[in-house]
Design a protein around this ligand. Structure first.
Ligand SMILES: [Zn+2]
Length: 271
């Protein structure tokens, strides 16, 4: 089961490699996924190995051998130093990458827990993400995407290592989608919306479910529930951005109904 989850992700990466469309930064939401070291090992080898094998069959290449014993010089792991990742740790890695890659290959840094970026290291990270270097790839891991600074999240390609369909497709979700979306329109019945999202906490909860569902649809190439009409992948991505923005905003916005109003407007603008 676990292998299935990561294999789907690796297939996407392989496609991106073939089309030369790799992202500069990946945020992997782990959820309950536990084989993190093995996942990273395979991911890194897929990015670096000239043989590009989906499984870890490559045994004759020098790069894979070095990655296997954690001695590949252009892969750096950043772990929290105490409670947080310090900005100096990031700068140190970045500076070590200024020297050309020994193997003329990609340089990769891995942030093992992106929720441990605080405001200071988060700002440094943001600068790296805003001015990406051609051959440098950032891999950020987090148990839950909501614990990662929103500014960082929005600049990474997000992938959730959660495949438990039951977690995404529960009966709640069907009701939710049915109530909120009617082909090509969304959130029409204000009273119904207030009934299912009477307050910020419920709104965050429900919107998270919807966002998770949209991610699932995009990442796993699922077909959309018919209530949603025919939304292009681009529109789904825009919807996710809007929804994620409001999940965050509900945290701070004092006037819930006002925020809900503008959420409805923004969602319908996308659709
Ligand atoms: Zn190899």
């Amino acid at each position: 089961m676990k292998f299935e989850i990561q294999d789907k992700f690796f297939q996407i990466i392989l496609k991106q490699l073939e089309q030369n469309k790799l992202s500069h930064a990946y945020l992997i939401e782990l959820n309950d996924f536990t084989d993190v070291d093995q996942f990273l090992n395979l991911f890194v080898k897929l990015l670096l190995c000239p043989n590009r094998k989906l499984s870890n069959q490559c045994s004759d290449c020098k790069i894979c051998k070095l990655v296997d014993i954690n001695h590949y010089p252009d892969v750096k792991i950043i772990d929290a130093d105490g409670s947080f990742i310090k900005k100096e740790q990031l700068i140190e890695v970045k500076e070590s990458f200024l020297n050309q890659s020994l193997y003329g290959n990609k340089q990769i840094y891995i942030i093992k827990d992106a929720s441990k970026l605080n405001l200071s290291s988060g700002n440094t990270m943001l600068k790296f993400l805003e001015e990406p270097a051609d051959n440098i790839i950032a891999i950020l891991l987090a148990k839950n995407r909501y614990n990662v600074l929103e500014t960082i999240l929005s600049r990474c390609q997000l992938y959730s290592l959660e495949d438990d369909r039951k977690n995404v497709f529960n009966s709640d979700l069907y009701d939710l989608i049915k109530t909120l979306f009617v082909k090509n329109r969304a959130f029409l019945n204000y009273n119904q919306i207030l009934a299912i999202m009477p307050n910020k906490i419920e709104a965050k909860n429900k919107l998270s479910q919807i966002s998770k569902y949209f991610f699932f649809v995009i990442n796993k190439e699922e077909s959309l529930l018919s209530e949603l009409g025919e939304l292009s992948e681009e529109k789904i991505c825009q919807l996710v951005l809007v929804i994620e923005k409001y999940i965050n905003r509900f945290e701070y916005n004092l006037n819930y109904k006002l925020a809900l109003d503008s959420l409805i407007v923004e969602i319908n603008e996308v659709i």
